[in-house]
Design a protein around this ligand. Structure first.
Ligand code: PLP
Ligand code: COI
Length: 353
């Protein structure tokens, strides 16, 4: 299927201080789905514009919406490269399956993302730690108040120049582990990147913010005992003899940064384990001096060191001003690969040709 390109003129205006996700580039990719039109049809790149949807569009009522987040970088050589975009397309299609949304042709979406980035590449900020955030989103457009899967969908890809996700920059972030709410349960939709999971997390996130924490560390939804992930990141715990991250049980987002961090740690010879991690194990390890550091991983955040973790009345405190040693090394390794300063030995980068 050919992508129709309607317009390519850019007027780049990147503000000095970028707030994550507030500024958008000139163009968007759009494709619609209707089985009676043969599935996905009319793939188009055009100027970014508001949408017209029926108030009865099913996404507003029953939440059939999935999305992705990936980044393109302007490397020191001037080349533009995307980090593992094929993994995001694969995950979008897994989310689609879970949410009864028709899958999209892998090659078509990958091509659309690359073409869109090519057209708006002058929007990629070049300051340290900056990049172009790519946001594909798919949602139900059929106007119907009955509950069933929508028969029409729209997929959009939009772009946003971004700086560091946390206002703190690379300064370690405080996180609050809560058992007051649940984000997701096994066999639910936790492993899908779907809008509802984020809606489910907002109240806890707002309460954590009020207490001075920047993110929530979620526990499993059944026993409320095993750590799962942070609001917008997967989590890693470095014990003295092991680096551990929660295994993928179905309620955790299988992060692409997580997957990459695991690979780097294996390359570096670390004992990296994907397993169930009991919150009490983390607390006990802290007490006995076996807990070295904690950090989160995600596209938006890259690597974020944890400055403190509070659970009930116990607080585990790390150095507030200095990221953990391994977190810093991983941040430097990942960003060196992304910005083309280091050999990309696993072929993670996709270049605009
Ligand atoms: N967990 C959640 C809930 C997320 O929103 C994200 C961000 O995408 C991640 C984990 C990290 O995933 P990735 O590394 O693919 O960005
Ligand atoms: C990402 O890291 O891409 C995310 O999706 C996190 C958040 C902006 C939802």
């Amino acid at each position: 299927m050919n992508i129709e390109i309607l317009e390519t003129e850019t007027k780049v205006k990147i503000p000095e201080n970028l707030v994550f996700g507030k500024v958008y580039t000139d163009h968007m990719f759009e494709v619609d789905y209707d089985a009676s039109q043969g599935g996905w049809y009319n793939p188009t790149i055009k100027r970014l514009e508001d949408l017209q949807l029926s108030p009865a569009a099913m996404v507003f009522h029953y939440g059939q919406a999935i999305f992705e987040g990936l980044k393109a970088y302007k490397q020191d050589s001037g080349k533009v490269a995307l980090f593992r975009p094929e993994k995001n397309v694969e995950r979008l299609n897994r989310s689609a399956k879970r949410m009864c949304i028709p899958e999209i042709d892998h090659e078509l979406l990958l091509k659309a993302i690359i073409e869109l980035v090519r057209i708006d590449q002058d929007w990629i900020p070049t300051k340290p730690g900056h990049s172009l955030y790519i946001r594909p989103v798919v949602f139900a457009t059929e106007p119907l108040l009955g509950v069933r899967s929508s028969e029409y969908f729209k997929l959009i890809v939009m772009l946003s120049p971004v700086g560091p996700y946390y206002p703190e920059g690379f300064k370690p972030v405080p996180i609050l582990c809560t058992d007051k709410y649940v984000r997701a349960v096994r066999k639910g939709i936790g492993e899908a990147k779907t809008a509802g999971n984020y809606a489910a997390s907002l109240m806890a996130q707002a309460e954590a913010k009020k207490e001075g924490f920047s993110q929530v560390l979620w526990l499993d939804g059944i026993e409320q005992k095993y750590i799962e992930e942070v609001g917008a990141m997967n989590i890693f715990i470095r014990f003295k003899k092991e680096v551990a991250t929660p295994m993928l049980t179905g309620s955790i987002l299988p992060g692409i940064t997580r997957m990459s961090v695991i690979q780097i740690l294996k390359d570096w010879g670390y004992n990296i384990q994907e397993r169930m991690i009991d919150i009490y194990e983390v607390m006990a390890a802290h007490k006995s001096g076996k807990l070295v550091e904690m950090f989160g991983s995600g596209t938006a955040a890259v690597i974020a060191s944890v400055s403190k973790l509070k659970y009930n009345s116990t607080t585990v405190a790390f150095d507030e001003n200095k990221p953990g040693e391994l977190a810093l090394a991983l941040y430097e390794e990942l960003t060196a690969i992304q910005y083309g300063r280091k050999e990309d030995k696993h072929n993670w980068m996709t270049y605009l040709d």
